[in-house]
Design a protein around this ligand. Sequence first.
Ligand code: SAM
Length: 243
Amino acid sequence: MKTNTNTRCENYREFFTKEYLMGPNSLRLLDEMLEKYPLKEGGRVMDLGCGMGITSLFLVKEAEVNVFATDLWIPAEQNAENFRKWGVEDRIIPIHADARNLPYAHGYFDAIVSIDAFHYFAAKKGVLEERVLPFLKKDGVLVVAMPGLKEELNAEQEEALLEWFEGNRDELDTFHSRKWWMNLFDNSDDYEVVMDFDLDCFDEAWNDWFESGHEYGIKDKGYFDRGLGEYLSFIGIVIRKTH
Ligand SMILES: C[S@@+](CC[C@H](N)C(=O)[O-])C[C@H]1O[C@@H](n2cnc3c(N)ncnc32)[C@H](O)[C@@H]1O
């Protein structure tokens, strides 16, 4: 088992709970991404699919950037209240928006970070190019960590995953291998893939989720005990906009 050596996120243990986690521990995933690809201090960053805002907090504190915390399912008011409580309201702006129709100026951001969210809206040709990258400056970077597959599934594995997703085929269709994503992001003059890899913190991120006490975490643990985790990976991708 590979483990992530970075421990900055250990200082955020108070957020490893069912109140803040929405899946495998996003702070571990972000911590590892920033370790492998540090962001420039002082930049303007969109946290795309920020959920409850804990990754936005981590970005402000550890990467020393300013953040637009952007999410669809969590109301901006709820995140505004959290940012006020955490004393970072001057450095994080909560925005309620759909990633497929973002309300920002083109060429506005130094970086877009998306942790455990990108697969929900970007597993289709054109979303990256038309909906996400336009908001980056030239040489701006997109930093993604998302759940996916070690390899595309055979029929038997597909059945197992479909059961996990309670028969929701649309959700199943968001899970893909790194190779699949690299095919989707192939051949462009407008951007380059700077790095792609499977994250080392897979086990730790899932274990934090199982232990968070969240009812879905407990349910997911049951599936992992039956071997489902063998098919899965966490995929890290960094893309630089070249124009
Ligand atoms: C599993 S949660 C992860 C949240 C957070 N990044 C974290 O890891 O704690 C997935 C998030 O993706 C967001 N999301 C899904 N589809 C989206 C879309 N089309 N536009 C913006 N956000 C989206 C949801 O609102 C949700 O908060």
